[in-house]
Design a protein around this ligand. Structure first.
Ligand code: HAM
Length: 424
């Protein structure tokens, strides 16, 4: 059978519905903040990304899907949306002496090692604001994200990390100081960091290697190099976020993997998706419009990784939309009616509890597995022995220490009610 290319995913009907929900929520929020949709080509000249994203970045060095067309031009499937967006607005005269707030959605392509939450074709919803220099727009963009998380019911599961990289010149000064510090330690760095020391030293701060990280504890720190204007911008942003009640954490190690950033950078991260926990990322890129041939224009934006937000939405909503409090297992056919009766007594006593009777038969092990997967706190076990003795077995599924006890029926039901403060 012909198979999909590695790292490319099919979105099948069930996921398609979730996809709509997530994308629509983001669209509604973006429109509500005055962002207008643009649709941009998937294919651009390779040079756009080399100049825009940066020759020495991982993306340009080793992750692009590039091809030569029949005219001999080098083209690349877009690995991200910001460079193409700047190109399009510049080319169409939309950045000249005016402000713009736009968003786009669609597939991006990066030749990365596929794993959960990381694919070779993935989708972003990106937003970009041009012509605004102050921290007010940074704050609004971040606030807008928080509102989208609220709409999607994931706001309690993502955290905002912030940093400032300073002006372009401050970055250069910092990079030189970092290289001067690390050069004598070259042989002690991990292989990737040794290479990055030549090409993109600030990415060494992102290294996952423990030895490298321990060497970095004594390294010059980026915040000490940030210029006064950038510091004032960042302080202004932090103050605004405080006033808007958007919690954040300052992470001085946050440097981002694309070269165009200056001043503010941020990431929304979750700890519910394993290693691919960044669901949205962005920052300011005041130099990019000019670098790509336009007039110097301040700019800031972000992109949401749709697949990751969908994974998170799925995890969170599974946990919150189908909770079961009590799961009733019955061990032979003759126990089914008693199981239904006991479940009904539980519902009577605990009007808000969700009580599920096991369906589909199977041995105790199978039923307990289902009980556990249902998220229930308590399992009620009913076998012929219990019925003959007028008893029930109650098992606490979330607290090993409480374990299980077999009690007379009424006493057992009272125990279920007593445990109800844990359940509801
Ligand atoms: P980025 O951090 O490279 O930034 O990507 C943004 C988001 O896209 C990530 O946080 C992640 O959620 C998602 N993403 C990236 N790579 C993958 C992948 N291989 N599989 C699944 N999801 C992925 C940018 O692309 C910038 N253009 C963001 C931006 C816009 N900055 C300013 N404006």
């Amino acid at each position: 059978m012909v198979q999909a290319v590695r790292g490319m995913r099919d979105v099948l009907p069930q996921e398609g519905r979730r996809w709509r929900t997530v994308e629509d929520a983001l669209r509604v929020v973006l429109s509500g903040f005055g962002y207008e949709e643009v649709q941009l080509p998937v294919l651009e000249f390779t040079d756009l990304f080399a100049r825009g994203v940066g020759e020495a970045t991982d993306i340009v060095e080793k992750e692009m899907y590039s091809l030569q067309d029949r005219d001999g031009d080098s083209l690349t499937l877009r690995p991200e949306g910001t460079a193409g967006c700047v190109r399009a607005l510049n080319e169409n005269g939309l950045l000249y002496n005016q402000t713009q707030k736009v968003f786009y959605t669609g597939p991006m392509f990066r030749y990365e090692k596929p794993q959960k939450g990381r694919y070779r074709q993935f989708s972003q919803v990106g937003a970009e604001a041009f012509g605004f220099a102050g921290p007010d727009i940074d704050a609004e963009l971040i606030y807008l994200c928080a509102r989208a998380w609220q709409e999607l019911g994931i706001v309690d599961h993502v955290k905002l990390q912030l940093n400032t990289l300073g002006s372009g010149e401050a970055r250069v000064r910092y990079r030189d100081a970092l290289v001067a510090y690390l050069q004598p330690l070259h042989s002690e760095l991990d292989e990737d960091s040794q290479r990055r020391l030549e090409t993109n030293p600030m990415r060494i701060l992102d290294s996952k290697d423990q030895k490298t990280q321990s060497l970095l504890t004594q390294a010059p720190r980026l915040p000490d190099f940030v210029d006064d204007a950038s510091r004032a911008h960042f302080d202004g942003l932090c103050k605004l976020l405080g006033e808007l009640n958007v919690p954040f954490e300052i992470n001085p190690g946050l440097v981002r993997g694309l070269d165009y950033y200056t001043h503010t950078v941020f990431e929304w991260v979750t700890d519910m998706l394993g290693s691919q926990g960044t669901v949205c990322a962005g920052g300011r890129y005041d130099g990019l419009v000019e670098k790509l041939g336009g007039k110097s224009t301040p700019a800031v934006g972000f992109a949401v990784g749709l697949e990751r937000v969908m994974l998170l939405h799925e995890v969170v909503n599974q946990a919150t939309t189908q909770p079961v409090d009590v799961y009733v297992c019955w061990l032979s056919e003759s126990c089914f009616i008693q199981a239904m009766t006991v479940a009904e007594r539980c519902r009577d006593m605990l009007s808000q509890a969700k009580v599920r009777v096991h369906m589909g038969g199977g041995n105790l092990k199978k039923q307990m597995k289902k009980a556990d997967a249902s998220g229930a706190t308590l399992a009620v076990l009913i076998g012929e022995d219990e019925i003959a003795a007028g008893e029930l077995t109650i098992k606490h599924l979330r607290d090993q220490q409480i374990g299980q006890s077999r009690l007379p029926l009424e006493e057992a039901l009272r125990l279920v009610v007593q445990s109800s403060s844990d359940l509801l």
